[in-house]
Design a protein around this ligand. Structure first.
Ligand code: SF4
Ligand code: FES
Length: 247
């Protein structure tokens, strides 16, 4: 395959950044998108040029590190992570644009790499449960109804990739935050902090500069883990309860 890449290059947080064109030939359609970027970087390295900075870790769709905007869509044309996207999703001769997540709360560090530590601070504000130390409890010591376990598991599939923020016109992280609130709020272990959790996580969400949710739904449309939009209903219900109780 031959591909023309238009890649966002930005030397550092203060650099203005620009799109730079690269021609790649001899690509296999079985390459992942990240392997294609590896080929580009090997060529740049061989020419003595600065390789394109791009984040990745697991390369199997579970760590959430690798997201970029491809042809204007977070994670590109398939509903999966960037590392699980393959070149067969593009046609020979295509021009493909590659940009970092765009959101004030995700400042660009270099090229395609953004700082997603705002997510860590939202988690630190409430994405935990109280746990007793000592021996591990017996399995099934705390029964969980099957429907709740399934729903909690569905929400827990969020890998904190940030695509929801990148896709949202408001740069809101509500789908991410609501996935965490729903996951923990459905389980018995999540009840002690439940009301404080939703208030504190939303306060941190806003403090980080993410926008408000206006129910557009772009977030759920690009989420590689198919987190459903209605987790935001769950978050809103929890917030109403917490505020009613003076949270
Ligand atoms: S809700 Fe989906 S898109 Fe958003 S961070 Fe979690 S996995 Fe990524
Ligand atoms: S590198 Fe881990 S999800 Fe893509």
């Amino acid at each position: 395959m031959k591909i023309t890449l238009k890649v966002w290059r930005q030397a550092g947080p203060q650099d203005k950044g620009r799109m730079v064109d690269y021609e790649l030939v001899g690509l296999s359609e079985d390459m992942s998108f990240l392997e294609m970027l590896d080929v580009l970087n090997e060529e740049l390295f061989a020419r003595g040029e600065d390789p394109v900075a791009v984040d990745s870790d697991c390369r199997e769709g579970i760590c959430g590190a690798c997201g970029v905007v491809i042809n204007g869509v977070a994670h590109g044309p398939e509903r999966t992570t960037t590392c699980q996207l393959h070149m067969r999703s593009f046609a020979d001769g295509d021009t493909v644009t590659v940009e970092p997540w765009r959101a004030d709360a995700f400042p660009v560090i270099k090229d395609l790499v953004v700082d997603r530590s705002a997510f860590d601070r939202i988690i630190a504000a409430g994405g935990y449960i109280s746990v007793n130390t000592g021996a591990a409890p017996d399995a099934h010591a705390t029964p969980v109804p099957k429907a709740d376990a399934d729903r909690a598991f569905e929400a827990a599939a969020c890998i904190s990739c940030g695509a929801c923020v990148a896709a949202c016109p408001n740069a809101s992280a509500m789908l991410f935050t609501a996935a965490k609130v729903t996951h923990l709020g459905l389980l018995p272990q999540g009840q002690p902090e439940r009301e404080a959790r939703v208030v504190n996580m939303l306060d941190q969400h806003d403090a980080e500069g993410f926008g408000g949710c206006t129910n557009i739904g772009e977030c759920a449309a690009v989420c590689p883990k198919e987190i459903p939009l209605d987790v935001i209903n769950w978050l809103n219900a929890d917030l109403r309860t917490a505020l009613t109780h003076g949270g």
